[in-house]
Each structure stands twice: as C-alpha cells, then as structure tokens.
Write a new protein. Sequence first.
Length: 114
Amino acid sequence: MSREPFQSARNAGICVEITDIGHWSPVLLIAEYDAHRRVIRINARAVERLRKRRGEDAARALCAAAIAHELAHLEVQQHHPRTPRERSAIESAVNAHATATYGLDGTWFEQLLR
C-alpha cells in the first residue's frame, strides 16, 4: 500500500478523519472533502465493511485510495470546474489522475464495497 496519499494530504495541510458520513442516495459514500475545514472524511462504514470482508490491509488501502481520489479532485477541479452534466467526465479524470499519481485505483474499492 502506498503511504504517499497520507503524506500528500499532510503536506497540503489537509486533515483526514474516519467518521460515519452515511449514504448518498442508494450507494455507500466512501469519502468526501470539506473545503471549509480542509478535511477529507472517510466513511467509517466503508472502512469497517471492507475490514470485515478483506482484512486490515485492505481497509488501509481503501483509506489511501480515498485520500488519493479526494486529492485528485482538488487537482482536476483547478483545471475543470464541475458542472452537473460533466460529473461522469470529471470522475473519470479524477480516477485517472489518482491512478497515475499514486498507483491506486479507487474504482476497484467502489466495486468491492457494493
């Protein structure tokens, strides 16, 4: 598992919390970024679900991938402000950026958790 996303968040002055952030529509929300507080919140429900299914290493890897994904959002949004119609294109760009930067494919975790 790459530790780089954790260090990148720290270097950017972004805190990381594991907390219950609930669901978004019918899907389990894995993480969110709060720009006002400069914090990435990782859903404790998702971490615990993966820990039970795949163990501690998988749960840690989920956290790294979630951080990478949220950091990639910050990078991509600087160049591509999001509009509702572009959501899927932005998410694809974010996933590609996170994978290229950190070598972590967050879409794998999304599929595993559903």
